[in-house]
Design a protein around this ligand. Structure first.
Ligand code: CAA
Length: 240
């Protein structure tokens, strides 16, 4: 039986590319989505993956849905937690809601998503966890104090969990994408996006498929000796 992978935010953007790449590698894939049921069902039919809808910022929802997935398909062996949001604003204009929503969805969700699956990974003596952070966690970005704090928190979370999990053959790693050609990045005002792209040594946005290749590698059996690491995939932007 092929390994079971859950990908959050797995029907759109980077997550969709990850779901498709893991399916192509022979894994069973359950792609989490949040609201757009029709689009998710169409994605499931097109790519022959399972889809399940819930909000990753809801602790009880994560618990109930991961339990349902494990009852239906078996133990989750691979978790790719990719779902995330932006609420960009300079700090002096940021509302408490903008702060809390980003911390809740991008950082607290790591706890909500990992805790329901870690015990069975420990019992089975195998697991691959990949958490999606951002170049902005490492570099900083104006307008993103909330997002940078959450995405940097993910890196610390992964390092601590990697230490706790290594003896059980569970690896915990982070992917830190740069600016990838998705709806999230396309939403940036064009003059600002042009400024950002002009700073990328590769002179272009990344593709979701490029990030998916990195994830496919980190979840593979061949990556068993890599844990607690952050794989930076940003076209050289971090160097600037
Ligand atoms: N790079 C360079 N300059 C920037 C900038 C950036 N990332 N963000 C803002 N600026 C500049 C603006 O060009 C503007 O400069 P001028 O005064 O010279 O015109 C100045 O800062 C003020 O910006 P705004 O006029 O846009 O101020 P605002 O209050 O209307 O909006 C903002 C603030 C919402 C943060 C908006 O500037 C913005 O959307 N910036 C981009 C933030 C960003 O990079 N978000 C990443 C989203 S994608 C993502 O997060 C995925 C990932 O992991 C990489």
């Amino acid at each position: 039986m092929s390994r079971l992978a859950v990908v959050t935010g797995g029907t759109r953007g980077i997550g969709a590319a990850i779901s498709v790449a893991l399916k192509a590698k022979g894994y069973q894939v359950v792609a989490n989505y949040h609201k757009n049921n029709d689009a998710a069902q169409a994605f499931a039919a097109q790519h022959n993956v399972h889809v399940q809808g819930w909000d990753v910022s809801d602790a009880a929802g994560c618990q109930a849905n991961l339990q349902a997935i494990q009852s239906k398909y078996g133990a989750v062996e691979i978790l790719v937690h990719n779902a995330g949001i932006t609420r960009d604003s300079f700090l002096h204009k940021m509302t408490p809601d903008m702060w809390h929503q980003v911390i809740q969805t991008n950082l607290n969700s790591c706890f909500y998503m990992v805790q329901p699956v870690i015990e069975s990974m420990r019992q089975n003596g195998f697991g691959r966890i990949v958490l999606v952070s951002s170049v902005n966690a490492l570099k900083g970005q104006m307008g993103q104090t909330n997002y940078c704090a959450a995405k940097a928190g993910i890196i610390g979370f992964a390092k601590a969990l990697a230490l706790e999990s290594a003896s059980k053959d569970i690896t915990v790693n982070v992917i830190a994408p740069g600016y990838i050609n998705t709806e999230m990045v396309q939403a940036i005002a064009q003059p600002i996006l042009d400024k950002i792209v002009s700073q990328i040594p590769k002179s272009r946005l990344g593709t979701a498929q490029e990030i998916a290749h990195g994830v496919s590698f980190l979840v593979s059996d061949e990556a068993a000796y890599i844990t607690g690491e952050t794989l930076n995939m940003n076209g050289g932007l971090y160097l600037r």
